[in-house]
Design a binder for this molecule. Sequence first.
Ligand SMILES: [Ca+2]
Length: 102
Amino acid sequence: MRRSLIPILSSLLLVPLLAGADIPSFTAEGILYCDGVKLNVGSYAAPLAVDWDGDGRKDLICGQYENGQIRFYPNVGTNDAPVFDSWSYLMDGAQPISVPYG
Ligand SMILES: [Ca+2]
């Protein structure tokens, strides 16, 4: 079963997505947490699940409205049960990457 990340208000939901369905069917699986706190990137979250660090586990990359910065949440759990306990901004040298926003 594929899963999808859905931004809802300022939190993120991880929801199952039925692969191959003409009309996707979503069921709420739960709000994502980071280090025990609701994962919140402010408004207009733009999430993507991808193995960013190459360890075989899908991480969370999430754009945020504020300053157009991009957060990286490494997955320390599994692909079926992701766990996030820290995050950092994606950097370009010493500066956080910032993309146009608004
Ligand atoms: Ca990874």
